[in-house]
Write a protein that binds this ligand. Sequence first.
Ligand code: ADP
Ligand code: ASP
Ligand code: MG
Length: 597
Amino acid sequence: MSVIVQKFGGTSVANAEKIRGAARRAIEARRQGHQVVVVVSARGHKTDELVELAAEITSRPRPREMDMLLSTGEQESVALMAMAVHELGEEAISLTGAQIGVLTDTTHTKARIVSISTQRMRDLLNAGNIVIAAGFQGVDSDFNITTLGRGGSDTTATALAAALNAELCEIYTDVEGVFTTDPRIVSSARKVDRISYDEMLELASLGAGVMHSRSIEFAKKYRVHLRVRPSFSDGPGTLIAPEPDQSSSIVTGVAFVRNEALVRLIGLPDQPGVMSHLFTALSFAKIPVDMVVQNVAREGIANVSFTVAEEDLPGALQVAETAAEKLGAIEVTHSTGLSKVSVVGHGMLTHTGVAARMFQVLAARGINIQVVTTSEIKISVLIARSQCNDAVNAVHDGFELHRPTASMPEIGVAAKERPLVVGNGGRTALAEDIASQLAGMESIVVSDVYVDTDQSRVTISNLPDDPGIAEEVFTAIAEGGVLVDMIVQNAARDGRATISFTVPFEDVDRSLLLLREVLERYDGSSVTHDRHIGKLCVVGIGLRSHTDVGSRLFRTLADNQINVEMINTSEIKLCVVISAEHAAKALTLSRAEFGLP
Ligand code: ADP
Ligand code: ASP
Ligand code: MG
């Protein structure tokens, strides 16, 4: 008999009536002949209330006790849900994370799943029960209760679906499905029928709260069929599928993280090992780094900026200051009150002008961009928090995302297809990994490392830090039909900004020409370029949140005296620009580091 996993979020089990409604859905699936596992979250705002209650007692609750406390929310829900099923005439049994056998590591409040034992659930299902499993929680090897991080019930659901080889995992929530952006912020946001794992992974990791990003890691890794559905109606929701919808728009969605903080290390020596040192220290402190920007050095001096969640700022500053001292940086500065806004879409692989369009709409609203980072399917900008909602609305409108198949207005030339370099292993290696058994479930999968030597780097220095500069630069490039790949704009210093980007090797001369007119308008700005670069990329799942992938890559390069010129990170890829002469060697070394043949 096929297994279906149904997950109900907090609002979907907020009161007795809603619990009964959820129980009816589970029973319906059972009566259609499926074995049913229900994963439930804490009711309504229960988890928030528990967090607040703890804060009334102490400002520094120990993580172990926090987990003990927060896990009670889900325990209450499973019991009530089981009673509701009984009342409706079917057999059901509730289980905590420990009773299911969700074994995690020991990182309290953000534990990762190590393994799930399926025997008990199978026996109960075979005996005719609906199994009601507590989301968000597990147990470490010493039987301490752990939790998976806020929103973690989604991850429990997809992990159970993977472990039980379920036919389908349904995520019931308080919206019709996955929207082009948070419908609470943009009233014209549109529900999408289908979205790819990679796009959803990026959107979730860039702040779209509708799914816990680690749940998409599971879905992708174990090819779980995932559907996000409304609990309040019979709408079909959104299918999260391996491949993007061919008819879909260039941009799929807009995501944002409201509370970001920026840390800058200024005046670092431009030599191998700087990033390695910093990343290792941050990874050791378990601080996930968000945007990372290292710009091409001038006169032997480099500046590195990175962002972290605002709550991680004190820890990040401590790490940065120790690192700065060790590395001989001039100073460490930081800013708060920032937000990150990102656009995500597969269309960026083949269409020019997406970045230009984003910068145009922000400039038109007078929103200054402080930092820019990109990956192949996303562009992120750091802006003032006071402008976050405005920026999200502007970008959503600018790409006309309310329209079913939005094309890009004005610019958005379909570029000559850029060959999508995924290296040899790419998808196939990943598919093979899926077949591997479910030990170390949440450990990362690095599926490939490849190098692309067909690109050149262009760097513009000494630009004024005003709204509209990035727009002018990238509009000029896009109008010339050049497909820009990586973009990095570092936080401005003394009011002057630096932007670096990469373009196909054969387009570099044209790009320099296209830039000439723009730069004539800005006194003191200058352009340099490197015709031959190597872009080295590590491909996998969950790379940004597993900070050690970065530190391992940087260490490998530093140990071999290979300098990193530019960086970009995403959940699925981590790329660095190095000089072309080191490309082959860097490839061999990093493949070895990640255990690839
Ligand atoms: P649950 O309690 O069911 O897990 P969440 O509150 O975690 O529900 O997630 C649903 C919420 O996510 C929605 O109410 C919506 O405000 C928010 N959200 C953010 N981004 C998106 C998006 N792109 N699509 C849909 N909902 C989104
Ligand atoms: N109850 C937990 C939270 O509020 C887990 C979840 O709802 O997914 O974060
Ligand atoms: Mg949620």
